[in-house]
Design a protein around this ligand. Sequence first.
Ligand code: GLC
Length: 542
Amino acid sequence: MPARTDAWWRGAAIYQVYTRSFADSNGDGVGDLPGVRAKLPYLAALGIDALWFNPWYPSPMADAGYDIADYRDIEPSFGTLADADLLIAEAHDHGIRIIIDIVPNHCSDRHPWFLAALTSEPDSAERSRFWFRPGRGEDGSLPPNDWQSIFGGPAWTRIATADGTPGEWYLHLFAPEQPDLNWTSEDVRAEFEDVLRFWFDRGADGIRIDSAALVTKDPDLPDLASHPSPHPYEDRDDVHEIYRAWRAVAESYGGDRALIGELWIPDAERFTRYFRPDELHSAFNFPYLCSAWDAARLRAIIDETLAIHAPVDAPATWVLSNHDVDRHVSRYGRADTSFGLDRREHGRPVDLELGTRRARAAALLTFALPGAVYVYQGDELGLWEVEDIPAGLRQDPIWRRTGGADPGRDGCRVPLPWSGAQPPFGFSPDDARARPWLPQPTGWSELTVEAESGDPSSMLELYRAALRIRRREPGLGDGGLRWMESGESVLDFVRDGRFRCVANLSSDAVVLPAHDGVLLQSADLVDGLLPPDATVWLRIGG
Ligand code: GLC
């Protein structure tokens, strides 16, 4: 069935909830679902259409919930299944849809399947759900192949047998606590289709598919070094079968359940293969997030993104930050404003004032682009990357597995500041028995929801106003754009209707084109000119 052109996800504003850091209702220092429920009026007033929850399932938290021990329940520190049911129902009452995270590449090493595999024989049915192999070398003490974990170190860990002697190795593209599932196994395929139904039955409106392109592997598990192409575990042709089956499950619920892929695929042609009419609806757009704050570069990425999506009739998506990347206020305040997962270098000078100014401009630019937009919790407050978390408090396996060479992702996962003058800033109740699971900077006292509410110069009021306008402007959201002739380092385009967006990324103020009115600006105009690092939304003649 082809994607519906009026489908809700095509132009939605989707807010990413990192539950652990959103709002802690019971004072244990960890955010939870009752905390989110209590903030639904805040989210509704922000003007978003859907919430995407990072994994909320029972998890030992070796990778912040991306190590799932049970796909059909809720992490106890987050609440219960009953809390999730209430949350879904109440969000729907507010007109907010719910997207949940499904992690098909791996589960937790505490998942019953993996525990059963550990106590079973080599070649057993239990082991066939994972990638167990004997080691290489005389005593099997070398990993089965040369694959490296994305979090650092080898992608293989050796297990001990019941009598304590070393046994087989198992594959984990991420942390050792995240064994990769074997998608040639019928059990695995059937299980996930059932998990999808479980959550669609409970009212989930869509799924975000974690590491969507990594899921299938060449069963021969060849060394990378001797395997030129196609890649043995990335973007393999057979991964598409999985999503075709999932699409059929989604369609059986009536066609408005969204399938959204996390796809880090630079090749345009291969990227679009995921949007064949019977596969995914949408995916994240990471080149835009990684781009430097540079007009020519951004324009090229915008054009390329739209060009890639148009022929397959998939909506483009735009995202500035998420739980895996440095917050963009900090990125845009550095000398090098571009970003890569492989160079998350902290400790460089950051001009937060400049970064914040650009983040404001970037928000209006992003919200004016054709397609759907994602807001990562705290973007709307202008939070910055916390770079000085003490080593003893850091939790991200990337930090540990790279021996601290990569600072990891804790700095963008710090609990939100809601109110008050000092930590926990209303994240936890006043009488909380534990401190927030990551420490909040005292400087966030100026960035609480309470402090920013009603302040016309705040990031929060900018987001509120922008999302409100985005929702009511017929030309915004899904659709096309037309570039207008503009000076170098200026992005100037019109959307259908009477809407024009001008973003000035140059170092000089620029003259505004003729217009009937200013809808919103990220910085005050100066003598009618648009200052550097600012974006304006204009009402233009019909
Ligand atoms: C995705 C998630 C990331 C997680 C990884 C492994 O990239 O966004 O947070 O660590 O997959 O599940």
